[in-house]
Ligand binder design. Structure first.
Ligand code: C2E
Ligand code: CA
Ligand code: CA
Ligand code: CA
Length: 279
């Protein structure tokens, strides 16, 4: 190409082959990644906006590929979903996150709640509830300290079925959170029928909260909606002090974002636990 820029829509066969090849390669390697122990979890702290204390963390998967280096989940989660590999990978994530959280509790760090992201394939899997019950039993973690982050599209695909599963999960005692709230196809009338605990305001709203009146209005509405439904509300993607102050002022309960810390490996998370945020 003479010129490459965002206005160029030129696709070349060689490039496409290369892309297809990379995909094939990643898919092949993904199959081996679990047994080769190449996955790890990073943890991003969640901070209580009243006390400034770390009250929990989101577990986010990373893939340490032997040649490609650290591969972002953005590059392999959808592929893992398409191939069904998300089932064993997702089980590994839940088990590892619960083990780590119990280890931190046993080490005296108190009752931190860990959240894990759940994909559609996992959600519709028949033995989801029993497998989570088994992990809690094996690791000894209180059900109360595990939170599942679900997206709106995940629960809206088959509402009646979803409500059934959510009820069983609630009976187990785990917390349920709606991730990326406001970005998906959600229906407010269903919201009250879902036995959920938390709404998570998507980072696309948080980003321009202090610059864009619409994003600010949406955020404030989500906070007030959550509270009137007696739900907790957390904001993700908090990067600036201004965003933090705005969220606090409007009664948001918790936040997570680069302002305090990006997701970090477990050893580094322990260092964070020794700190408290100045609000
Ligand atoms: P998500 O669940 O919405 O996770 C939040 C993403 O925002 C994470 O990206 C996190 O690193 C990033 N982030 C955190 N703070 C900030 C901030 O202040 N600013 C900005 N711009 N970004 C921030 P990450 O780790 O690359 O994960 C991307 C997505 O991959 C996740 O989005 C989630 O949908 C998926 N994912 C990650 N781990 C898992 C997993 O174990 N299972 C499943 N099913 N999906 C996962
Ligand atoms: Ca999430
Ligand atoms: Ca999110
Ligand atoms: Ca997201």
């Amino acid at each position: 190409a003479k010129q490459s820029g965002r206005d160029n829509y030129q696709f070349y066969t060689p490039a496409m082959n290369e892309q297809a090849l990379e995909r094939l390669r990643i898919e092949g390697d993904l199959r081996l990644a679990l047994e080769r122990n190449e996955f790890l979890l990073h943890y991003q702290p969640k901070i209580d906006l009243r006390s400034g204390e770390i009250v929990g963390m989101e577990a986010l998967i990373r893939w340490q590929h032997p040649e490609l280096g650290m591969v972002s989940p953005v590059r392999f989660i959808s592929l893992a979903e398409e191939t069904g590999l998300i089932l064993p990978i997702g089980s590994w994530v839940i088990r590892t996150a619960c083990e780590q959280t119990k280890a931190w509790q046993d080490a005296g760090w108190g009752k931190l709640r860990v959240s894990v992201n759940l994909s559609v394939r996992q959600f519709v899997q028949k033995d989801l509830v029993s497998s989570i019950a088994a992990v809690l039993k094996d690791t000894g973690l209180d059900a109360d300290l595990l939170e599942l982050e679900l997206t709106e599209s995940l629960v809206m695909t088959d509402v009646e079925h979803a409500i059934g599963i959510l009820r069983q999960l609630k009976e187990l005692g785990v917390h349920l959170s709606i991730d990326d709230f406001g970005t998906g196809y959600s229906s407010l009338s269903y919201l009250k029928r879902f036995p959920i605990d938390v709404l998570k305001i998507d980072k696309s709203f948080v980003r321009d909260i202090t610059l864009d009146a619409d994003d600010a209005a949406i955020t404030v509405s989500i906070i007030s909606l959550a509270h009137s439904l007696k739900l907790h509300v957390i904001a993700e993607g908090v990067e600036t002090q201004e965003q933090l102050s705005y969220l606090r002022r409007h009664g948001c309960d918790e936040m997570q974002g680069y302002l305090f810390s990006p997701p970090v490996p477990a050893e580094q998370f322990e260092t964070l636990l020794q700190q408290k945020v100045d609000l």
